[in-house]
Design a protein around this ligand. Structure first.
Ligand code: GLN
Length: 351
């Protein structure tokens, strides 16, 4: 008995020494990311996707905003940021491109911070339009007129909800919020803003139409102007991936550890992205990729893997719906290889 106890304490002591020798890794602080143990796999899949699609030449830069037509079509960057702040990057990840429609996700998040989800749902709605992102017909036909926060009309209306004593204060609030989501100070790309402000008659028309239906909540032209600025914010692929990772990490920026978005708002944001993040291709995307995502005509797409991290891809040529061709292909490839698709047989417990 005594001997046994002696043996037991010797074993315990040896175990304690062994345990204390195991190095404490970064993932020990945030053990939730299942990406962490598969670092090599993640890296090799991202590299495989990059090599596979870098020669892809289909699609064409957006040209209705003159600045965007001139961006080098060959630029191509991929970044992954995990919920425990591991970073994988490949290609042109330091090039700053305009965030464009991806901004809509974060203005939606800010509107919810200020007003709560119920008021935002009431004032904007959350129905897919099944039409192009800048559709006038959708505004006329839909009972809500605004559609959802991720099409232009709904997005301008969402921007009009943001508080502030004047346009400058509202714009400052929006930019500061995006910066917190990125964990870095973001800035306006002045040339993009000038180019888009000179050619945004369509968005002004949408905004005035919303005024007719009383579905815009501040001065319509001022709201379009702030919206145009928010679309002209510069991000690189790494910053965009970190913004996505903030969504994946229940609203907490994985680098700064700041709770930027209330965790209870995240499901509404991800649901909206799933339904309308790639406009009238959102159905295809849900079917084949199964991840909440958002595209912008600047060539960026960010996809969120809830609880795990986000992948951002930047490549300017777009398809007909206005979504980056290469970005869609890379994300589809990576999501399926790494079993990130939320609706895949493995994800729903079928294998
Ligand atoms: N600023 C662009 C616009 O209003 C955003 C569109 C987009 O990225 N799909 O047209």
């Amino acid at each position: 008995m005594f001997m046994n106890r002696m043996k037991l304490s010797a074993v315990l002591a040896a175990t304690l020494i062994a345990v204390s020798l195991i190095p404490v890794t970064a993932s020990a602080q945030a053990p939730r990311s299942p990406v962490a143990p598969r670092r090599e796999l993640v890296e090799s899949v991202v590299r495989e996707a990059y090599d596979k699609f870098k020669g892809e030449t289909s699609g064409k830069n957006a040209d209705y905003i003159p600045y965007l037509a001139q961006v080098d079509s060959k630029l191509f960057g991929v970044a992954i940021v995990t919920a425990d702040n591991q970073v994988f990057t490949l290609g042109d990840v330091n090039y700053s491109f305009s965030i464009q429609s991806i901004s809509k996700v974060f203005t939606l998040a800010l509107a919810m911070e200020e007003l709560g989800p119920d008021k935002v749902f009431q004032r904007i709605g959350s129905e897919p339009t099944g039409r192009p992102f800048n559709s006038v017909a959708a505004v006329v036909d839909m009972p809500t007129h605004t559609g959802n926060p991720l099409v232009n009309a709904g997005a301008v209306a969402t921007t009009s909800l943001i508080s502030g004593k004047d346009a400058n204060e509202r714009w400052g609030r929006i930019l500061a919020f995006y910066s917190k989501a990125a964990g870095e100070t973001l800035t306006l790309i002045e040339d993009v803003y000038a180019s888009e402000a000179a050619t945004n008659a369509g968005n002004k028309a949408l905004s005035m139409l919303l005024a007719k239906y009383e579905r815009i909540y501040a001065d319509p032209f001022e709201s379009v102007d702030i919206y145009t600025k928010q679309c002209s914010v510069g991000v690189n692929a790494s910053q965009l991936a970190r913004m996505g990772a903030t969504l994946a990490n229940n609203g907490m920026n994985p680098a700064s550890r700041e709770q930027v978005i209330k965790r209870e708002h995240i499901p509404y944001i991800l649901a909206t992205m799933t339904m309308a993040g790639l406009y009238d291709s959102s159905g295809y995307w849900a079917w084949h990729v199964g991840l909440p995502a958002k595209s912008g005509v600047g060539g960026g797409i960010v996809a969120v893997v809830p609880g795990k991290g986000a992948i951002a891809v930047f490549a300017p040529p777009l398809d007909e719906a206005g979504n980056s061709v290469k970005a869609q292909k890379v994300i589809q490839f990576v999501a399926n290889k790494l079993d990130f698709n939320l609706y895949s047989p493995a994800s729903v417990g079928l294998k």
